[in-house]
Ligand binder design. Structure first.
Ligand SMILES: Nc1nc2c(ncn2[C@@H]2O[C@H](COP(=O)(O)OP(=O)(O)O)[C@@H](O)[C@H]2O)c(=O)[nH]1
Ligand SMILES: [Mg+2]
Length: 334
């Protein structure tokens, strides 16, 4: 056993002994990986845990009947980011996915129609964002894999039924997620440097948007106002009717903002930029990050860039560490 493991590691060891199903064990092992410091002394332990996860995944699949070739809770990220819906039963998650994407989830007025996650691509302007419809959160019935999915996503949409005590729903969701060391993060956390995604103690916090749904029903507006009073200072929020399709443009925009990314456009000298295909980068990225996202070799050869954008001289020559902004057009010179 390598020295200097944090106390959280030993907490997770206890949790591992208590875990029953392969999926639960996988979740705990993943949290362990998140708290182990990376250095020479821990290489072996990390490798061991990874092997154990791999074995458990095979076991978990066999348990489900072996017919499924992949873990339904692990979805490959596509587009500008992966956003998971989180909510109690019947809040309108599947209706929302059907309205925003080409996916065709099952929708019904009884709980738990959605049993496995379903992804779809949502368009916002010239960007595609991956939205994932999920089974509802509900106490012991929720499969551990769902929390794995939440942990992997870039951001969360809390889909709330405005006519069913939305304030209470947020509190319940927050409590349930916290049990799995998952936390809702506000834009404030990010600006104060508190939100680093993976934090110590296997904690993960994700940018969260509150989505008050069923705005078409009487009484919904007043409930939305109560929700804002309670949580409006902590989280961005939108009110929508997934069924009637109202408020969806504001929702698309809010989802894009939630991702904390910027769009930039590349161009070749003497040519027009390609506005149809933005390059998506984390906010705060530099010219060098852009070059690296294209090809590592390209980064090595990069000498300087010219930039067009708001608050810049057209074609201004900048160095590789120059920070980029939303909408910048960049011409790279090698
Ligand atoms: N009035 C109204 N009903 C909605 C709205 N969105 C969903 N519903 C209804 O709420 C029920 C649950 O919807 P569903 O999308 O299956 O919820 P999920 O369990 O969160 O996926 C269905 O009967 C939907 O027709 C909405 O915006 N307004
Ligand atoms: Mg559903």
């Amino acid at each position: 056993m390598p020295a200097n493991l944090p106390p959280q590691y030993f907490e997770e060891e206890k949790a591992l002994r208590a875990a029953k199903t392969p999926a639960e064990k996988i979740e705990v092992l993943e949290r362990m990986l998140a708290v182990i410091p990376h250095h020479k002394g821990t290489d072996k332990l990390i490798a061991q845990i990874r092997r154990r996860i791999a074995k458990l995944k095979v076991e978990a699949q066999k348990k489900r009947g072996g017919s499924r070739h992949k873990d339904v809770y692990t979805l490959r990220r596509e587009g500008a980011g992966q956003v998971a819906m989180v909510g109690l039963p019947n809040t309108g998650k599947s209706t929302l996915l059907a309205h925003l994407t080409h996916a065709t989830p099952e929708i019904a007025d009884y709980p738990c129609t959605t049993r496995i996650p379903l992804p779809g691509m949502m368009r916002f302007e010239n960007v595609q964002v991956q939205l994932i419809d999920t089974p509802p959160l509900q106490d012991e019935m929720t499969e551990a894999g769902l929390f794995h999915l939440f942990r992997q996503a870039d951001a969360w949409l809390l889909v709330l039924d405005l006519l069913d005590e939305p304030v209470l729903q947020v509190a319940l969701i927050e409590e349930e997620l916290a049990r799995h060391k998952l936390y809702l993060s506000s834009p404030d956390d990010a600006s104060q440097g508190r939100d680093k995604g993976e934090q110590p103690a296997g904690r993960v916090s994700k940018p969260t948007l509150l989505v008050g749904n069923k705005l078409d029903l009487p009484g919904a507006v007043a409930e939305y106002e109560r929700l804002l009073q309670e949580y409006g200072a902590r989280f961005p929020a939108v009110a929508i009717s997934a069924q009637a399709g109202t408020g969806l443009d504001a929702l698309r925009q809010a989802v894009y903002r939630l991702l904390g990314v910027i769009r930039v456009y590349t161009k070749s000298p003497g040519k027009k930029p390609n506005f149809a295909e933005p390059v998506i980068l984390k906010a705060g990225s530099t010219v060098a990050d852009l070059a690296a996202s294209i090809h590592t070799e390209f980064l090595a050869r990069l000498k300087f860039a010219r930039i067009w954008g708001e608050g810049r001289f057209d074609g201004q020559k900048v160095a590789r560490d120059h920070p980029l902004r939303e909408g910048d057009i960049v011409e790279m010179h090698v």
